[in-house]
Design a protein around this ligand. Structure first.
Ligand SMILES: [Zn+2]
Length: 247
């Protein structure tokens, strides 16, 4: 790290749990962020500000005026722009040292596999079950840690599926039967702006910890947030031996 980097990351380096070594791990890391919406916005902002060396950001969608209430990486000028590109512009301004790769079209399972192969962590910031199930299969096959988050209305949830550990449950253990009809879209149900920030920031914290290999991750624990009562609940997650995907 040069003098500028030592200054930029000094408040991380000051932390005994992180130090020079942890910060250097971040600068050599690659994170795959799927979705640059409400959850992906804080994830991308914090990972970029923290100096994660490379970010691959996938989003085929364009910034819409209705997104700006919560998707804080985008601004009024970026309406109509591809979300991954809009995120890249902001990241370049915050931390030009971060290499950003944008994937601006829908990715197939094969394409996600190729992207995840070189990533150290995958962060699911998508808004649909098809993508969540796909990323679950991809990360399970590659034994990559997957940070999973979701938020709608006033309710959010977050967990880590760390497939480097044999005992890790998978997304399908948790939601074996979720289908299109159970989809809870923000567009239909509404979503509280700061909620996506809380879940997304928690995902960012988990991703950074995983990249530096510090602390205890949310592996085997599902956190549920009710933002109206501001109560977090933790539920123990066990692997389902009969799971159709990981069993
Ligand atoms: Zn499973």
């Amino acid at each position: 790290m040069n003098d500028n980097q030592l200054l930029r990351y000094s408040r991380h380096i000051l932390l005994p749990k992180i130090g020079y070594e942890g910060q250097e791990k971040l600068t050599k890391s690659h994170a795959l962020i799927v979705g640059a919406g409400g959850l992906g916005a804080p994830v991308a902002l914090y990972l970029a500000a923290s100096g994660v060396g490379k970010l691959t950001i996938c989003d085929f969608d364009r910034v819409d005026l209705t997104n700006l209430q919560r998707q804080i990486i985008h601004n009024t000028q970026s309406v109509g722009m591809n979300k991954a590109v809009s995120a890249q512009l902001v990241i370049d301004a915050i931390n030009p040292e971060v290499v950003v790769q944008t994937i601006q079209q829908k990715s197939t399972e094969t394409e996600f596999t190729a992207l995840a192969k070189t990533a150290d962590v995958v962060i699911d910031c998508s808004d649909n079950f098809v993508t969540r199930y796909t990323l679950n299969r991809v990360c399970l096959a590659l034994k990559k840690p997957l940070v999973s988050g979701a938020a709608v209305r006033f309710e959010g949830q977050i967990t880590v599926f760390d497939f480097r550990h044999e005992s890790s449950p998978c997304y399908h253990c948790l939601f074996p039967d979720a289908g299109e009809d159970q989809e809870m879209r923000c567009a239909d149900n509404g979503v509280f702006s700061a909620l996506v920030g809380m879940i997304g920031t928690t995902q960012a914290a988990e991703a950074l910890k995983l990249l530096m290999n510090i602390g205890e991750s949310l592996r085997g624990r599902l956190l549920l947030l009710d933002a109206l009562s501001m109560e977090w609940r933790a539920i123990k997650l066990a692997r389902d031996p009969k799971c159709a995907v990981c069993g």
